[in-house]
Structure formats: C-alpha cells, structure tokens
Ligand binder design. Structure first.
Ligand SMILES: *Cc1c(COP(=O)(O)O)cnc(C)c1O
Length: 376
C-alpha cells in the first residue's frame, strides 16, 4: 500500500500529559469536558476520545449531533455535549444516541420532550447563556422563561448551565472575571427554579489556565489538551505557566535537491530570485495540505534539526526550501513543517503568526487535510 509522503503525527503521550495538566489546574471534584469538535482540532476525534476515555474522561464536547453519533458508533460512552447544532431535525439522533443538546431557547423543547417520552426516556440538556460572549446563548432576560419551560416539560431534565468567555486568551484582561460575575448573577436570579445537582461550567482553556473559570463543576479545555498555550504563546517561557506538550507534528519529505546559480527565478511568479548559488530542496506539500500560500517567502521548516527558509511560492503540492550550506541533503529525508526535530521546534503559534492566524486554525487545517499517524 502506498501512502502520501506527508503525514501528521499525533502523540498519545503528549495528549495524556496535557490532560493531566488540565486536571491538576481544575482541581479535584471538577470534571473535564474534553472538547473534541472539529475532529479534535485536527487530531482525530474518535482516536482522541478513545485515548482520553482510557484516561478516565467521561464527558466530551462536539459542535454538531453528527459528531456525537460518530462517537457513539465507535463505542464512546459518557456524556456528549452537542454545542452548536440543535435544530428540530437533530432531535431523533439526540435521543437515539443519548446525546446531550446544549439549548439556548425554548423553541425545540416541547418537541424534544414529546419525542423523548415516546422513546420512553428522559433527555438531559445543558442551557447555554450569554453572559458576555455576545454570540450563541440565551440572554439574561430570557433565562427564567427557558428554565421554567424545562422544569414544566416531563421528559427533559436540566443537567447543566454554561457560558463562554470572549477574551480568555488574554490573561491581563478583566473581561473573564466580569463574564464570570454576570454568569453567577444570572444563576442567582433563577436559583429557586434550578435543580440541585446542576453542573455549572464556563472555562475553556484560557478560563482554566488564568483562573477566571475554575471552581465550578466542569471545565471545557480544547486547545490546551492539544498542547498549545491559551494565550497564543505570548507569555512563553515566563515560567508561571504549566508546560504543555504539542501533540501534533507535520512531517514531509524531500523529493528533489537542486543546485541553481545566482539570478535564478524560482517557481510561480518568480517571487524569489536567488542572489547566490543556491541549493533548493523540494517538498511535496502545499496549500492542498493546509500549508497555505501565505507562507511563501515567509515560513521556515526543519531539516536535520536546522531551520531553513521557504523560498518562492508555496504551490498546490510543492514547497521549496533553501538548504544551501546543509551537508548533502538527500531525497527521502524528513522535513518538519510543524513540531520538533532535533533541538529545534516550530510551534503551532509560530506557524500561525506566519499565516496571520491562531494555533487553532493551523491544527484544524494541517490535521484535517493530512494522513494521521498515532505514535506513543
Ligand atoms: C471550543 C470551545 C471550548 C474550548 O476552547 P479552547 O479555547 O480550545 O480551550 C470551550 N467551550 C466552548 C463552548 C467551545 O466552543
């Protein structure tokens, strides 16, 4: 069997290490909802859910019901929160596969209750409130009505109430503390209507790392599980942040090495012209693989543990790097576009800066467009 020369390597041990870091920060008695949406940020949803379940994780977060169904079909147990996909047409799947819809209003509740009852079941829901995110969620003025409706309906149980932080990536911002206070104020107003065993949660990775979201029943880390600091690496090396281990590497191979004289225009548009005799190595990776065109003349890759610059246009399936001065690079050698090789490392945050984006997008792109290999 022949496979792509490019591969994304996913480290099981790094994922487990990062889970342990999150648990330590969350403290005893606080559950982890592992966010495995977007195919676990490109790391493979089913495989990651299995690894995390093996470490005792009992709750998972996905965006849409279809992802929850896939997890169930692969034997994943526990609670599966469906965060962004509750239209009436998903009700059947929610009930059949014991998924937990995150609801934001009362619109779907009567149908949900009726259909759960028909199936002889009760369905648990979490209510998402907008405590300052300004995106998805129930507004303060609507909350009492929704909570009342849930309490009235026979086959629906309110299991949790959640909110989300808009600026948890910035440890210096007071936003998260304000959102936390608004969340608690919203809860106080409907306290008399809430069941006793309710699970409250608000923290994503930033809310967990920088404290504003701890002390509740659950935390919902995503990016931290995959090994990227929630602040985008801006405070790297400050020492007060626990050490996460990157889970993903993106590895390509050298397919050709060429010597070209000074003054040679390289690739589409000749946006790079050599100024000296240059050794060019070609890699069979390009924007098709998520190694975006914006990386042209901008990124670096690792070959033999050395950083070498990307030169010329990144094209659909080819990228050129300048390996002048490296001893006799050979076709077949590995080139690391993301991750560690030898003593050096290209982090997702570094690649993200070259791509004018954030680590999340880098992981989703590379992870979901390439062949994944799981390593110890
Ligand atoms: C994706 C998501 C998270 C995880 O966010 P990270 O910043 O990756 O930790 C948490 N909560 C909600 C509602 C999300 O959609």
């Amino acid at each position: 069997m022949v496979e792509s020369l490019n591969r994304v390597e996913i480290s099981r041990s790094a994922l487990c290490h990062n889970l342990a870091v999150c648990r330590e920060l969350a403290g005893a008695g606080c559950g982890i909802v592992a966010m495995v949406k977007a195919d676990a940020y490109g790391h493979g949803m089913v495989e990651c859910a299995r690894i995390l379940a093996g470490e005792g994780v009992r709750a998972f977060g996905v965006a849409e019901a279809v992802e929850g169904v896939r997890l169930r079909r692969q034997g994943i147990g526990g609670e599966i929160l469906v965060l962004a996909g509750t239209l009436p047409e998903t009700i059947g799947a929610m009930i059949e596969h014991d998924l937990t819809p995150v609801v934001t209003d009362a619109a779907m509740l009567p149908d949900l209750s009726r259909r759960a009852r028909q199936a002889g079941r009760e369905i648990g829901v979490h209510l998402k409130v907008d405590a300052g995110m300004g995106r998805l969620g129930c507004l303060a003025g609507e909350m009492e009505e929704v909570v009342r409706r849930i309490a009235e309906l026979p086959a629906i149980g309110l299991r949790g109430v959640m909110a989300h932080f808009p600026m948890a990536d910035d440890p210096a911002s007071s936003s998260s503390h304000q959102v936390r206070q608004r969340f608690e104020a919203m809860l106080r107003r409907v306290r008399h209507l809430l069941p006793p065993d309710l699970r409250l949660h608000i923290a994503n990775s930033g809310g967990l790392f920088y404290g504003a979201g701890t002390g509740l029943d659950y935390v919902r880390p995503g990016i931290a599980l995959y090994g990227c600091p929630p602040d985008g690496g801006l405070h790297a090396g400050r020492g007060d942040q626990p050490a996460l281990r990157p889970v993903m590497r993106f590895v390509s191979r050298v397919i050709q090495v060429r010597q070209v004289p000074a003054g040679t225009g390289l690739g589409y548009g000749h946006i790079f012209t050599t100024r000296r005799p240059t050794t060019v190595a070609l890699l069979p990776a390009g924007y098709e693989d998520g190694y975006l065109r914006v990386l042209s003349n901008r990124a670096s890759v690792l070959i033999r543990g050395h950083r070498v610059p990307v030169i010329g246009r990144v094209s659909m399936n080819l990228t050129m790097v300048d390996v002048t001065g490296l001893e006799q690079v050979q076709p077949g050698e590995e080139a690391v576009l993301l991750g560690r090789q030898g003593e050096d490392e290209i982090t997702a945050d570094e690649l993200a800066a070259w791509m004018d984006t954030i680590s999340y997008e880098v992981l989703c792109l590379l992870g979901n467009l390439n062949r994944r290999v799981y390593v110890a």
